[in-house]
Design a protein around this ligand. Sequence first.
Ligand code: BMA
Length: 321
Amino acid sequence: MNTIPWQDKPINSNEVIWRYSENPIINRDQIPTSNSIFNSAVVPFKDGFAGVFRCDNKAVQMNIFAGFSKNGIDWNINHEPIEMKAGNTEMIDSDYKYDPRVVFIEDRYWITWCNGYHGPTIGIAYTFDFVEFFQCENAFLPFNRNGVLFPQKINGKYAMLSRPSDNGHTPFGDIYISYSPDMKFWGEHRCVMKATAFEDSAWQCTKIGAGPIPILTNEGWLMLYHGVINTCNGFRYAMGAAILDENQPDNVKYRTQPYLLGPQVNYEQVGDVPNVVFPCAALHDIEQDKLAIYYGAADTVVALAYGKISEVIQYTKENSL
Ligand code: BMA
């Protein structure tokens, strides 16, 4: 029953986050039409797991596909993309869909993704069964990326992190939070945290964006996020962690100065976009102190990394900016 994937830390490792030895878990050609499958999200579902996968086809058109797994590692991904029905609006235009996140709130699974509507913005849909999907109003005006919902209402409202951006390969980006009473109208926008000064922590000095759904811990919300540095060879994406106040999440209590996972092995350094580690989901088991992080590697494949929640929190507190 929903036993999350796990592999013990290698004995000689002193990392807080370690890679699954059988990575990548999803190959670029896992469905017949795909050029690449990466930046994808999973959740516990029935007696196993379900997910929403970013599969770019061989025309390099971006779309999202549902998938299912018994163990969280071996996935069956549908060969046809998700077809949306009208949810809380008839306006479900979408030029493309990418970088999905998935979360269960109250009675259904909510999906957010980067939706093409005159440029990238945040799309929202819900499903009860990962068969029928209902698209809702876009959360924000273009341009925006990395819309990540909290798994429960905060002070009576739905809450979402996002990263206002531009229409290209955005050279800036800070994390904001917005609230909604109904998943349709979003407001009360607040800045959560910004890219750093180069000299303070260079790996996150160009832009940052929320990754997996935040996890509520004794210390507050554990938010894994990606940070980017612009090098002479282009962007390099790594993962860090922050802890946000439980009731006022725009209050950042701690944030890692070092990254927790950076592109260092072949499948992260070599691919369609080299040097990208891009986390979009994390399964967790608070009682067993386990975290299984799903991340896109080099914009080409999906990989898995593990950590102990308590160690991530301790490390974040002890190595905070
Ligand atoms: C971002 C998004 C991500 C991608 C990353 C690195 O802007 O497009 O999907 O992983 O760039 O190319």
